[in-house]
Structure formats: structure tokens, C-alpha cells
Design a protein around this ligand. Structure first.
Ligand code: G
Ligand code: G
Ligand code: MN
Ligand code: NA
Length: 253
């Protein structure tokens, strides 16, 4: 309850921050994108992770304001980096279920892109399988976003309730293999089979695929041997404050 009333003030008081986790191409080790992850710098509890406050934000409806702030800030920051001569890479933003089902979502994303000047193909929206499964709404939303040029990734892929037939009906750009399949991948034959199959399926469906939660060289090796070209995880980088991502972009070499 206390956290809830604090959260009501957090946006106005400028207490939210975005961290960015680099996404890496396995062959070249270059950065091919960043995922924006919101943090809350609470006045006396310190830096809180979204796992703590996003569920509260969803329950109370505060997610609309927080989600708007997050999208605006991610697009603004990415455009600023592009203007400053940084790499022309996209930013991924997580959408929560209520945001995704908000009636004016497409219009409102269009406005944010116009305001910030970020080209639509540099914005990637991460949704989960269960969000996509509410077919009545999502078919139309996903089509419109796709036509507009915004990309859609399926987050936590493999853990939700989806039917594979959805993958051919919807304009999904990328599958993000959930980190629960990665943690034991050097030892667990089932995880190996599942991950190799997802990679191969994505390729045959002309989708991109990225593996999340890579923490070790062994996990990276498995993924490279199985032709997974994009990865994200602590092995390369934790989510970083904007200044540190910027330092990596513009580091002298
Ligand atoms: O950073 P951390 O591992 O604590 O993130 C926990 C969860 O919070 C992840 O599932 C992530 O998708 C979600 N999350 C992070 N940033 C955002 C955001 O801006 N909006 C929404 N809806 N979820 C987010
Ligand atoms: O659900 P989603 O994929 O959006 O969750 C992203 C979260 O996963 C980020 O907030 C990030 O902190 C966390 N994360 C990213 N890389 C790793 C990793 O290598 N290991 C673990 N345990 N968590 C990670
Ligand atoms: Mn995500
Ligand atoms: Na995930």
C-alpha cells in the first residue's frame, strides 16, 4: 500500500530510470540492439527492479503512465544516440498486458515516434505469448504496428501458452528464447533439443531469434554451434545506465 502511493508520485517526481542491456551478435561481438529496462530510484528504498513494482503498476492502472514514460524515454534516448553518431540500432521496450490491450495503443505509439523523431523500424516491442493469444484484439493491433514499421518480439518464448499456429498468423519479427532454457543448456539434453529446435524453426519461418540469459562461455558456445546469431545476457553485459551504454558507443579505440 505504501509502495503503491509512492509509485503514484514516482513518474511526476522523475524517479524512474531506464537501464539498457546490450544485445550482441555472436559472430562479430558487435552490439545489434539494446533492451530498455525500467528501474525506480525510490527515495529511501534505493534502486527497485521492475519485478517489484510492475505488478503493482499493472494492478492499479499506473502502468499506463509508467509505460508511456518508458516508451517516450526509450525512443527519445535512442534518437539522441543516433543523432550523436552512435550505432543505428533499435531499442526494445517491454509492453505489459494492460498496455497492449489499451484501445489507442497504435495511435499513441505513432505519436511518440513522431514526437521523438525515431523511425518506426528502430522500435521493437516485446510482448509475451499469452498477450498475443487474446486473438480478437491482437491480430488487428499487431497488423497495424507491423504496417507502420514497428517490430514485434515474443519475449520469454517457450514458457507461455501459445499454439505454434499463431506464429504463422502474426507478423512476429523475433523470438526471444527464455532464459530458463539456457541456464542448464550445457548439461540438459532436453533444453538442448528445445533450443536447437526453436532456432531452426525461427530460421525456417524467416524470423530472427535471440537467446536470453547467457552467463557463461559454455552457453555461448552451444548457441554458436547451433547458429544462434544474437544473444543477450550477463556474460556480455548487465543492463547499464544510459551513460555507460553511451561510453561503450563512443569509446575511443
Ligand atoms: O530487470 P528485471 O530482471 O528485474 O525485470 C523484471 C521484469 O520486468 C522483466 O520481465 C521485464 O520484462 C519487466 N520489465 C522491465 N522493464 C519494463 C517496462 O518498461 N515495462 C514493462 N511492462 N515491463 C518491464
Ligand atoms: O522478461 P524479460 O526478458 O524482459 O526480462 C529481462 C530481465 O532479465 C532483465 O531485467 C535482466 O535484468 C534479466 N537478465 C538479463 N540477462 C540476464 C542473465 O544473463 N541472467 C539472469 N539471471 N538474468 C538476466
Ligand atoms: Mn524483455
Ligand atoms: Na525473457
Amino acid at each position: 500500500i505504501e509502495l503503491e502511493s509512492d509509485l503514484r508520485k514516482a513518474v511526476k517526481r522523475n524517479e524512474l530510470e531506464l537501464y539498457y542491456q546490450p544485445q550482441i551478435q555472436t559472430g562479430s561481438y558487435s552490439m545489434i540492439g539494446v533492451e530498455a529496462l525500467v528501474r525506480w530510484r525510490h527515495p529511501n528504498k534505493g534502486l527497485l527492479s521492475p519485478g517489484v513494482f510492475i505488478p503493482i503498476a499493472e494492478e492499479t492502472g499506473l502502468i499506463y503512465d509508467i509505460g508511456t514514460w518508458t516508451l517516450q524515454e526509450a525512443c527519445r534516448q535512442m534518437k539522441e544516440w543516433h543523432r550523436a553518431g552512435g550505432p543505428l540500432i533499435p531499442v526494445s521496450v517491454n509492453l505489459s498486458s494492460r498496455q497492449f490491450h489499451q484501445s489507442n495503443l497504435v495511435e499513441y505509439i505513432r505519436e511518440i515516434l513522431e514526437q521523438t523523431g525515431l523511425e518506426p523500424h528502430y522500435l521493437e516491442l516485446e510482448i509475451t505469448e499469452s498477450m498475443m493469444m487474446d486473438a480478437a484484439v491482437s491480430t488487428e493491433i499487431l497488423r497495424e504496428l507491423h504496417e507502420f514499421g514497428v517490430k514485434i518480439s515474443l519475449d520469454d518464448f517457450g514458457t507461455g501458452y501459445s499454439s505454434l499456429s499463431y506464429l504463422k498468423q502474426f507478423p512476429i519479427h523475433k523470438l526471444k528464447i527464455d532464459r530458463s532454457f539456457i541456464s542448464d543448456i550445457t548439461k540438459n539434453a532436453s533444453d538442448q533439443a528445445i533450443v536447437a529446435t526453436i532456432i531452426s524453426m525461427a530460421r525456417h519461418l524467416n524470423m530472427e531469434v535471440i537467446a536470453e540469459g547467457i552467463e557463461t562461455k559454455g552457453q555461448l558456445d552451444f548457441l554458436m554451434e547451433n547458429s544462434c546469431q544474437e544473444i543477450q545476457g550477463y556474460y556480455f553485459s548487465r543492463p547499464l545506465p544510459a551513460e555507460e551504454v553511451e561510453a561503450a558507443f563512443f569509446a575511443p579505440y
